[in-house]
Design a binder for this molecule. Sequence first.
Ligand SMILES: C[S@@+](CC[C@H](N)C(=O)[O-])C[C@H]1O[C@@H](n2cnc3c(N)ncnc32)[C@H](O)[C@@H]1O
Length: 319
Amino acid sequence: MNKVIPQHQSVLMNAVLNNAFPENGKIFVDATFGLGGHTRAILEKFPGITKVIAIDRDAEILDYSCKILKDDRIMRFQANASDLPGIMPLAEVKAVDGILLDLGVSSYQLDNPQRGFSFSKPGPLDMRMDKDNPQTAADLVNSLEKAELVNIFKKYGEEKFSGRIADAIIKERQTEPFSTTDRLAKVISEAIPAKFRAKSQIHPATRVFQALRIAVNDELGELENFLSIALDCLNPGGHLCIISFHSLEDRIVKNFMQKLHKGCTCPPSFPVCNCGNKPQLRILTRKAIFAEEEEIRHNPRARSARLRAARKCFVGEHE
Ligand SMILES: C[S@@+](CC[C@H](N)C(=O)[O-])C[C@H]1O[C@@H](n2cnc3c(N)ncnc32)[C@H](O)[C@@H]1O
């Protein structure tokens, strides 16, 4: 029998190559390394790169990536993207020239039922990117109050039937706690009115599974943590490039970039700037970049991907 080789199709590759790294840079950070598809292409385009700091929360994917991407310039770290300031001294680096963040999970994780991300294959209800994280999706589903479940499903999944689904989960878990993906997917499907289920183009459990994954891995909190350290890690002229898959993530990235691009925080009614805050970033992508139809045809996951990039200002750029 042929062995299945785990794969992940990197999204928005051209936009990454055009925005994630400056021409004369030396040090690149791939803070969501996965199987290293973007890094491989970046290394090909920028042969002057001397070091890549490759970070991923998931030890398993990082381990597997060693088999398919071997390059002496790559230093791998199992960590959160926001741990970059602590990793830089270990990599003997003071500042970096480009940071890429390609959020969410990889097909490598989604396609392995044992990781519990997939509603279409039976497996343990886990969903942790980092296995050291003590809290699994089963822990959330079996312990949260109705209001907390509804909040997660609405906020992170934009699920219209959050209340009905939460009720069904709470009823079911009284018989026996949830431990598998397929049982949860079935309960969610049955909680959605049949006429909506029939009309839906996606699996009825898609939104709730996405919401639980975001909650289990505190993905928005981690993004905020990363943004709070990113600027200090970059050399002047260094690029920050972020691909997100969720409107809440994208809003956080957009607001962050706009705020630092603008600099001044004085109310618009002030005739002259009083705060003295100078722009710290220059936005490179006026609007978010989305995948073309052609890419979406080959890789449906690219449909919700959007990329924003900015470069750190040089000292005195705005004098
Ligand atoms: C979409 S995949 C990256 C794919 C990669 N760009 C490629 O081309 O192969 C996202 C990866 O980032 C990891 N990840 C997600 N959020 C992270 C974070 N905040 N810190 C570190 N790793 C993270 C996930 O475990 C996953 O392996």
